[in-house]
Structure formats: structure tokens, C-alpha cells
Design a protein around this ligand. Structure first.
Ligand code: FES
Length: 60
């Protein structure tokens, strides 16, 4: 996985940023949004962020 890949262009949030937030306990879209800002502007990344969380929940 390329951790530098931006998943939310609006807020410049990368996959790595989301993993860090998840490691700190943000395991829902709402928590990740609060922790990183991902999805808090246009919302177009919402499904990508949700899928990302679902996919990586078990390996953190
Ligand atoms: S792309 Fe994430 S809020 Fe716009």
C-alpha cells in the first residue's frame, strides 16, 4: 500500500493518516472524519474512506 496516497484531496488526507487515526482508536467513518478531517468538506471521498476502514480494521 502506498501510504502517501491521498484519499481525501479536499483535506489532503492520506491513507497513512487514516491508519494513524485508526491505530489511535478511530474505527468508524465518523471517528476518522473527526480525527483527520477526511470527508468534512465535499464528502466525495466518503465511500473510499469507509471502504478503507472496513478493509484495514482487522490488520491494525
Ligand atoms: S474529497 Fe474528502 S471531503 Fe472532499
Amino acid at each position: 500500500m502506498n501510504k502517501d496516497k491521498v484519499i481525501c484531496p479536499c483535506k489532503k488526507v492520506t491513507k497513512g493518516d487514516i491508519l494513524v487515526a485508526m491505530k489511535k482508536g478511530a474505527l468508524t467513518y465518523k471517528d476518522v472524519k473527526k480525527a483527520t478531517g477526511a470527508g468534512s468538506k465535499c464528502g466525495h471521498c466518503k465511500d473510499d474512506v469507509k471502504n478503507f476502514i472496513k478493509k484495514h480494521k482487522d490488520d491494525i
